[in-house]
Design a protein around this ligand. Structure first.
Ligand code: BES
Ligand code: MN
Ligand code: ZN
Length: 473
C-alpha cells in the first residue's frame, strides 16, 4: 500500500520530523558545532521524547535545484525508515515551492524490494504509512496540487521498480503482458498484445528471431492514449523489454549475468510512463510500444550469420546474437512509423555496455539530431535528477553498421559502439524525429545512493513526464 499523503499547515499526531537547512544557516537547536554543516543530503538525528527529528542539509542556497530537495528528502526518509519510522512529517519551510520534488523523494526513498526470504525480521526497512507535508497556510493549495502529481508519478516509478526487480523465471514476456492488462484497467488507455502466432502473421521477424531460443515466447505490447486533438499525430514511446539476456548463442560470460534480469527496464519505463500520462490526463496523443523477448540459446535460437527480415521488409545481418535489443526495437519502430506516423519517436533501452564505459552510472546517453528534443531532455534531466548527456548519432557511426548483404548488420567495431548501435536503431525510424536513450548504466543500481535502495531505478519515467509536461505547457 502506498503511503497516505496530506499537506497541512500544522502536523497532526506525533510523526517523526524532517527539517531542511541550508549551508551556513544558524545551527538548529540541539545540534552541536562540527556535527552538521548543511552539505547536501547530510543528516543529523535528534531524539525528542516522542518523535525524532532529522535535520537534512541542502547545500548553498543560491545553488538550490528541485533535485537537491528531492535527494535530501529521500536521504532523510530512508534514514528514518531504517530506524523504524512509519509516520513522517516534512517541514518544508523555505523550500515549500519544491513540495512536488520532496514528495517524489520521499516516495522513491520508501520503496524497497521485499524479496523472497522467509524471515520477515530481515526486512531492514519499515513501511511508510503516512507522510505529512507541512507548509504555511497560504502555500497549502499550491503544494497540494504539486504533491498530487508527484504522488502519481512516484508511485508508478515504484511499480516499475518492483516489476523490474523480479527475476527472469518470474517475469516473462507473457507475464509482462498480464501486468500491462492490469495497468490499463480503470485507466483511459487501450492495450493490444501480439502473441507469437500474431507476430508471425504480421511478420515481426526481429522479435520472433530474438524470442526463438526461449520456451517463454515473445510478445509485442501497444498501448494508446488519446488526450490531444483527434488529428494530432502521437508521440511514440518505445522500450526494450528483454526479460532476460543470456546473449543467446553468442553467450555472455557468467560474471554478473544475473543483472541481465534488468534488461527489461526500458520497456517497463514506457509502461509506467503510459500509466502516468493517463493519470495526469496530459493533453497529448501518445502511443507506447514494448517489444518483449527472452534472449536464450535453444534449438530454435537465431544464430550469427542469420538474415532477419523486419516488419517493414528491411533486413538485418546478425553478427552477434547478444546485440538483440536493437533487433526487437526496430520491429516496433517500423510498426509505429507505418501505423501512427508519429511526430517523434522516443526510445529507451539498456542497449550497450559501451555507454556505461562512456558515461558511468549517473547519466544516460542521449542520442538525437533534433535540437529541440535535445534541449528539452537536457533541461528535464537537470530538474528531475534523471540526467542525460548528448552523444553523436548518424554520420560515420551509421556507415559502420551498413551491411554488404542486408540493410544493416547488428554489430560493428567495439570503438564507438554506443553511437553505432544508436545509429542502427535510427535507420528504422527513417524521417521521423528520433530520440534514443541508452539507459544501460542508469536503469538499476548496485551501489545505491543515500536517497534510494538498490535495484531497478525506473530511469526515464520521471524524465519523460517532465519533458512531456514542458512541451504541453
Ligand atoms: N543488454 C545488453 C547491454 C548491457 C550490458 C546493458 C551491460 C547493461 C549492462 C545488450 O543486449 C548487449 O548485450 N550488448 C552488447 C552488444 C555487443 C554484443 C555488440 C554489449 O554492449 O556488449
Ligand atoms: Mn545482449
Ligand atoms: Zn540486452
Amino acid at each position: 500500500m502506498p503511503a497516505k499523503i496530506d499537506v497541512r499547515s500544522t502536523a497532526q499526531g506525533s510523526p517523526d520530523l524532517v527539517r531542511f537547512a541550508f549551508k551556513g544557516a544558524e545551527l538548529p537547536a540541539g545540534v552541536r558545532k562540527g556535527e552538521f554543516a548543511g552539505a547536501p543530503s547530510s543528516l543529523v538525528l535528534l531524539r525528542g521524547k516522542e518523535a525524532r527529528t532529522v535535520i537534512v542539509g541542502l547545500g548553498d542556497k543560491e545553488k538550490l535545484e528541485p533535485d537537491t530537495v528531492r535527494k535530501a528528502a529521500g536521504a532523510a526518509i530512508k534514514h528514518l525508515l531504517k530506524i523504524g519510522a512509519t509516520e513522517i512529517a516534512l517541514e518544508l519551510g523555505a523550500v515549500a515551492e519544491h513540495a512536488g520534488a520532496a514528495v517524489e523523494g520521499a516516495i522513491l526513498a520508501s520503496y524497497k524490494f521485499v524479496g523472497f526470504g522467509k524471515d520477515p525480521s530481515k526486512q531492514t526497512h519499515s513501511i511508510l504509512q503516512r507522510l505529512q507535508l507541512i507548509v504555511r497556510e497560504n502555500e497549502v493549495t499550491v503544494a497540494r496540487a504539486q504533491a498530487r502529481e508527484a504522488e502519481i508519478v512516484a508511485n508508478l516509478a515504484n511499480l516499475v521498480r518492483d516489476l523490474g526487480n523480479l527475476p527472469g523465471n518470474l517475469f516473462t514476456p507473457a507475464i509482462l503482458a498480464d501486468k500491462a492488462r492490469e495497468l490499463v484497467r480503470g485507466r483511459k488507455l487501450s492495450l493490444k498484445v501480439w502473441d507469437e502466432k500474431m507476430l508471425k502473421r504480421d511478420r515481426f521477424g526481429g522479435i520472433l528471431a530474438v524470442g526463438g531460443g526461449s520456451a517463454n515466447p515473445p510478445r509485442l505490447l501497444v498501448m494508446e492514449y488519446r488526450g490531444g486533438p483527434k488529428t494530432q499525430p502521437p508521440i511514440a514511446l518505445v522500450g526494450k523489454a528483454v526479460t532476460f539476456d543470456t546473449g543467446g548463442i553468442s553467450l555472455k560470460p557468467g560474471a554478473a549475468m544475473d543483472e541481465m534480469k534488468w534488461d527489461k527496464m526500458g520497456g517497463l519505463a514506457v509502461l509506467g510512463m503510459m500509466g502516468a500520462i493517463a493519470d495526469l490526463k496530459l493533453p497529448l496523443n501518445v502511443v507506447g510500444l514494448i517489444p518483449s523477448a527472452e534472449n536464450m540459446p535453444g534449438p530454435d535460437a537465431y544464430r550469427p550469420g542469420d538474415i532477419v527480415t523486419t516488419r517493414d521488409g528491411k533486413t538485418i545481418e546478425i553478427l552477434n546474437t547478444d546485440a538483440e535489443g536493437r533487433v526487437i526495437l526496430v520491429d516496433a519502430i517500423a510498426y509505429a512509423r507505418e501505423t501512427y506516423k508519429p511526430s517523434a519517436i522516443f526510445e529507451y533501452s539498456t542497449l550497450t555496455g559501451a555507454v556505461v564505459m562512456a558515461l558511468g552510472h549517473k547519466r544516460a546517453g542521449l542520442f538525437t539530431s533534433e535540437e529541440k528534443w535535445r534541449d528539452a531532455f537536457m533541461a528535464a534531466g537537470r530538474r528531475t535528477g534523471e540526467t542525460v548527456w548528448p552523444l553523436p548519432i548518424d554520420g560515420e557511426y551509421r556507415e559502420n553498421v551498413l551491411s554488404e548483404i542486408a540493410t544493416a548488420k547488428n554489430t560493428s567495431f567495439r570503438e564507438g559502439s554506443a553511437c553505432s548501435s544508436a545509429s542502427f536503431v535510427k535507420l528504422w525510424a527513417e524521417e521521423i524525429p528520433f530520440v534514443h536513450l541508452d539507459i544501460a548504466g542508469t536503469a538499476w543500481t548496485t551501489k545505491p545512493p543515500a536517497h534510494l535502495e538498490g535495484g531497478a531505478t525506473a530511469f526515464g519515467l520521471r524524465l519523460t513526464l517532465d519533458v512531456l509536461k514542458s512541451v504541453t505547457g
